[in-house]
Write a protein that binds this ligand. Structure first.
Ligand SMILES: [Zn+2]
Length: 46
């Protein structure tokens, strides 16, 4: 299972997430600024 990071396009917040957190953020937006995000805002972590 690979690591996944969310990088907010609006506030720049970077958060390590798992699959369920990814789904939550896609549905509810950035946890920090609530901006709407897409799958492109998730990147594989190092
Ligand atoms: Zn944000």
């Amino acid at each position: 299972m690979h690591r996944l990071e969310f990088v907010c396009p609006a506030c720049g917040q970077t958060i390590e997430v798992n699959e369920s957190m990814r789904e939550t953020i896609l549905n509810t937006g950035c946890p920090v600024c609530t901006t709407t995000v897409s799958g492109d805002d998730f990147v594989a972590g190092e």
